[in-house]
Design a protein around this ligand. Structure first.
Ligand code: FE2
Length: 184
């Protein structure tokens, strides 16, 4: 069963909301995402207000804070500016945790060789991106998503656009990646 779909992106700079798969498609597995520190859960978004599975994740991982953001042109002030901002390559000093309650979205993350991986998120998908990973966000062609934002402690939404390599968290993140290549 495919839990979540992810793929290496093509080099085209046409509409960011398109899938941007390579031809032929080059899928990326959940295992590969885990190596980058990206974790995923599939939940029942219809019961998010009283979901024991969600509660357990939050308790285990200390995700005390949550709010809900709706990204749609009629719902989000400064919609176009925000979308542009979300799609700038950036990192945070904390994990980014999102749970898609409705609609769909793409999270793009850089792999250890600096290639873009696009992660397709639909209703019921929850993801955590590790502090220090370069990433960006876009809506899909449906132009709508409703997402829960979670956080350990008081939320800090500050984004540092690339280049942000001087941050200790970035260095720590790079060290956490499995070593690729080598002479063995
Ligand atoms: Fe982010």
């Amino acid at each position: 069963m495919v839990l979540i779909e992810a793929w290496f992106m093509d080099d085209s700079d046409t509409d960011q909301r398109m899938p941007h798969k390579r031809n032929p498609n080059e899928p990326v597995s959940l295992e590969e995402l885990k190596k980058l520190g990206v974790f995923h859960w599939k939940l029942d978004a219809d019961i998010y207000e009283a979901d024991p599975a969600l509660e357990k994740i939050r308790k285990d991982r200390g995700y005390a804070y949550s709010d809900i953001i709706t990204i749609h042109k009629d719902k989000l002030p400064n919609y176009e500016d925000k979308l542009k901002m979300f799609f700038e390559e950036h990192l945070h000093l904390d994990d980014e945790i999102r749970y898609i309650l409705d609609g769909s979205a793409y999270f793009d993350v850089r792999d250890s060789e600096d290639r873009w991986i696009r992660i397709s998120m639909a209703k019921g998908d929850m993801i955590t991106l590790p502090a220090g990973i370069y990433h960006r966000f876009t809506l899909t062609e449906t132009n709508y998503t409703k997402a829960m934002r979670l956080f350990v402690g008081e939320p800090v939404w500050k984004a540092y656009n690339r280049p942000a390599d001087e941050f200790e968290i970035r260095k720590r993140y790079l060290k956490s990646l499995p070593v690729t290549g080598g002479i063995e």
